[in-house]
Ligand binder design. Structure first.
Ligand SMILES: Nc1ncnc2c1ncn2[C@@H]1O[C@H](COP(=O)(O)OP(=O)(O)OP(=O)(O)O)[C@@H](O)[C@H]1O
Ligand SMILES: [Mg+2]
Length: 286
């Protein structure tokens, strides 16, 4: 598996800012993985995405895209990447279909727009002006736009924000399919469910630095407790008992409980992604 992005000691400061927004971060995005960048509001996630897609180039440190210096790449780079911006960018006076046709006109290689719009439930609204679209519809159209050029790498900034659960499901399935076909995804989000479902590896951006680059599963185990909690019904009320996970197969009290009580739930003590986010970043998930 190749390396899509190799980022070393990346630093960046907005011209209007007194401080660095990105304070020296190092990470790789592997080809074929979904890499999630998480972190509290203002941590620098969108800025990092903008740097990787060459919208901001006044950075220090090095960024390689499939082994080539990002700064040396010409506009053909944009043939290979698909970008879903945090704030959907469309022409509100044009219809959704006119928008998609306009944007796909920039690319050599394009997809079947109808197929994509059908998939996200927008084909029947193709002739509606985007200005009349709801927030969720704009976000879905934004996602379609990111896929128009059959990208090799997909950048998605808060891609399911403001989308109802049914449509979020469709978008997440499409991301998983994109990855299954070998596509690489760089994703930023606040939504911990998305992270757990989609990301192969995640990095937390805290105070403009990166911490904890790992898989969701390893993080859950690392931050969790090695214990088993059993909830059962006793005299009409819920009771619970906690046992150490180690040696659980030989734990007599645990076995007895299972045999004698009316068990309602059994859970191991791994942390939820929300808990990990709070532990790592010190910030509550919104
Ligand atoms: N164009 C700009 N000029 C100056 N400062 C900016 C600019 N854009 C962003 N910033 C600042 O850079 C910091 C990082 O912003 P960024 O949008 O990257 O954060 P984020 O992690 O994406 O946050 P969110 O979760 O709210 O989307 C913030 O302090 C923000 O105010
Ligand atoms: Mg952002």
């Amino acid at each position: 598996m190749g390396v899509a992005f190799k980022v070393e000691d990346l630093r960046f400061r907005y011209p209007s800012s007194k401080e660095d927004t990105i304070k020296g971060i190092t990470f790789d995005v592997l080809e074929g993985e979904v890499f999630g960048l998480l972190g509290p509001s203002g941590a620098g996630k969108s800025t990092t995405q903008k740097i990787l897609i060459k919208l901001l180039d006044d950075y220090t440190g090095s960024i390689e895209y499939f082994g080539k210096n990002l700064k040396s790449l010409d506009n053909s780079f944009y043939e290979e990447i698909g970008v879903g911006f945090e704030v959907p960018v469309h022409f509100s006076k044009l219809t959704a279909l006119e928008n998609m046709k306009f944007f796909s006109g920039f690319y050599r290689q394009t997809v079947d727009i109808q197929g994509l719009m059908e998939r996200v439930g927008l084909w029947e609204y193709r002739d509606v002006k985007v200005g009349e679209y709801s927030k969720g519809m704009k976000v879905r159209l934004n996602f379609v736009r990111a896929l128009l050029n059959k990208p090799r790498v997909l950048f998605l900034d808060e891609v399911t924000n403001g989308v109802d659960p049914k449509n979020a499901r469709i978008i997440k399935d499409m991301i998983a399919e994109f990855r299954a076909k070998g596509g690489t995804v760089f994703l930023t989000t606040h939504l911990m469910n998305d992270v757990e479902e989609l990301c192969d590896r995640i990095a937390f951006c805290v105070n403009s630095r990166l911490v904890e680059i790992s898989t969701p599963r390893d993080l859950k185990l690392q931050y969790g407790k090695r214990e088993v909690k059993v909830e059962y019904r006793k005299n009409g009320a819920i009771a619970s008992a906690v046992f150490p996970l180690d040696g659980i197969g030989f734990n007599d009290a645990f076995q007895r409980l299972l045999q004698t009580e009316e068990i309602e739930t059994i859970h191991t003590g791994e942390s939820s992604m929300e808990e990990i986010f709070i532990l790592v970043t010190g910030v509550e998930v919104k």
